[in-house]
Unconditional design. Structure first.
Length: 357
C-alpha cells in the first residue's frame, strides 16, 4: 500500500510545474486572499520597491497542468509564501512544437508600498486583461522582460547551402580509376531556397527550389566504336539536378528563445541534366520525374527575425528514361529497364538561414 501511495505522489508531483524559489530577505507570509500585483516590465514598477527574491516556474518533463493561468497562479502562491506582494516577470518561455509544451516563467519577488492603486488582472488562458480595459492582450502581443515581443510572423524564407552525397551504387565492370572518378562525381554542392506563408507562426505552405551540381573529367579512357575501332581520349560530366515544387513546413515560432527546430516535406518536379563530352564530342543527357525532399534542421536565433543553423535534407527520385542530344542535333529517347533506373537520391548536409517577416 505504501508503494502505491508513493507512486500516486510521484505521478501527482510530476504533473505539476517545477518550482524553484530563493529568498534573500525574510518577511511575514501573506494570506491567501492578499493581492499580488504582476508587472511585465521594469518601466511599470513604482519608484519605491524592494526585491526580496526570485521564483522560477518550470517543467519537470512530465508536467501537464502548465497553461499560463496555472503558472502565474503558482508564482503568486510563491510570492505570498515569501511575503512578496508583487511579481516582475523577467522571462517567459512559451510552449514549443519540439520542446516543452509548458509556459515557463522567471520572476522577481517584490515588495511595494500600496497594491490598491493597481488594477487587479483577470487572468485567463494565454491572455491577460485588466478590469479597467476591455481590450484583451494576447500572448503574441505581450512583452515579458527581455523577450522577443513582436507579433507572429506571416512569412518565412529559408536558404541552405552545403555538401551533398548521392547514395546510388556504382555500376559493374568499372576499373579502379573509373570507380574513383564516379565516386567523386557523386559528391557535389547543393543549395536551395524556400518561401512559406505561415499559419500561427508554426505551420506553413509554400514553394521550394533545390539544385545539386557536380562535375569532373577523366583522362585517357578507351572506348570501342560500333565499327570495332578503339579510340582513346578524355571524358567529362557536368551534372545538374534541379527540384521545384510545393512544400510544407512545421517549425517552432519566434517565442523559442535559443533557436527553432523545423521539419520540411516537398513533392514536385525533379529534372536531370548532364552536359558531357566524349573525346571532345558534346553529348547532352536529360531526364525528369516526380521528386521528393524531406528535411530537418535547427537554427539558432541571431536576431528576432534572423536565424542560422544546420540542416539535413533527403532529396531524390528515380529516372526511368533518358533523352540524348547528339552534336548533329539528333535526339534519342531511351527507356530504361527496371533494374537500370537511375537513382538520384542523395543526402544534403547544409548550413541554413531563416528569415521571418
Amino acid at each position: 500500500m505504501k508503494y502505491l501511495l508513493l507512486l500516486v505522489t510521484v505521478v501527482f508531483c510530476s504533473c505539476s510545474p517545477k518550482i524553484r524559489t530563493s529568498v534573500s530577505e525574510k518577511h511575514e507570509k501573506l494570506n491567501e486572499i492578499d493581492k499580488v500585483v504582476i508587472f511585465n516590465a521594469k518601466s511599470e514598477l513604482p519608484s519605491n520597491y524592494s526585491k526580496i527574491g526570485t521564483t522560477k516556474i518550470g517543467d519537470t518533463g512530465f508536467t501537464t497542468t502548465c497553461d499560463l493561468n496555472t503558472v502565474l497562479e503558482k508564482a503568486k502562491i510563491e510570492a505570498r509564501k515569501s511575503g512578496a506582494n508583487a511579481l516582475l516577470i523577467t522571462e517567459h518561455l512559451y510552449p514549443s512544437t519540439f520542446g516543452s509544451t509548458c509556459h515557463r516563467i522567471t520572476a522577481d519577488l517584490l515588495r511595494i508600498e500600496n497594491t490598491a492603486v493597481y488594477n487587479q488582472p483577470i487572468i485567463t488562458k494565454d491572455t491577460i486583461q485588466l478590469i479597467s480595459s476591455s481590450k484583451v492582450v494576447t500572448a503574441n502581443e505581450v512583452v515579458y522582460g527581455p523577450g522577443y515581443g513582436f507579433k507572429t510572423s506571416k512569412f518565412l524564407v529559408t536558404a541552405n547551402v552545403g555538401q551533398s552525397f548521392r547514395v546510388a551504387s556504382s555500376p559493374d565492370g568499372l576499373n579502379s580509376e573509373q570507380k574513383e572518378y564516379l565516386k567523386k562525381l557523386k559528391s557535389g554542392l547543393s543549395y536551395d531556397i524556400s518561401a512559406y506563408y505561415l499559419k500561427e507562426g508554426r505551420t506553413g505552405f509554400g514553394l521550394k527550389y533545390n539544385v545539386y551540381k557536380s562535375s569532373g573529367t577523366i583522362h585517357n579512357q578507351q572506348i570501342t566504336l560500333d565499327n570495332g575501332t578503339i579510340v582513346t581520349g578524355d571524358f567529362s560530366d557536368d551534372i545538374t539536378i534541379s527540384f521545384i515544387g510545393p512544400s510544407f513546413i512545421l517549425t517552432e515560432d519566434e517565442h523559442a528563445r535559443v533557436g527553432e527546430a523545423n521539419l520540411e516535406l516537398a513533392l514536385g518536379y525533379l529534372s536531370y541534366q548532364n552536359k558531357s563530352t566524349i573525346i571532345g564530342s558534346p553529348l547532352k543527357i536529360t531526364g525528369a520525374n516526380l521528386g521528393m525532399i524531406g528535411g530537418m534542421g535547427y537554427h539558432f536565433r541571431i536576431t528576432p527575425h534572423f536565424l542560422l543553423g544546420p540542416q539535413v535534407n533527403f532529396v531524390g527520385g528515380v529516372l526511368k528514361k533518358f533523352k540524348y542530344k547528339y552534336p548533329d542535333g539528333r535526339t534519342e529517347t531511351i527507356k530504361l529497364k527496371d533494374d537500370e533506373f537511375e537513382n538520384l537520391w542523395r543526402i544534403d548536409l547544409a548550413i541554413g538561414a531563416k528569415f521571418r517577416f
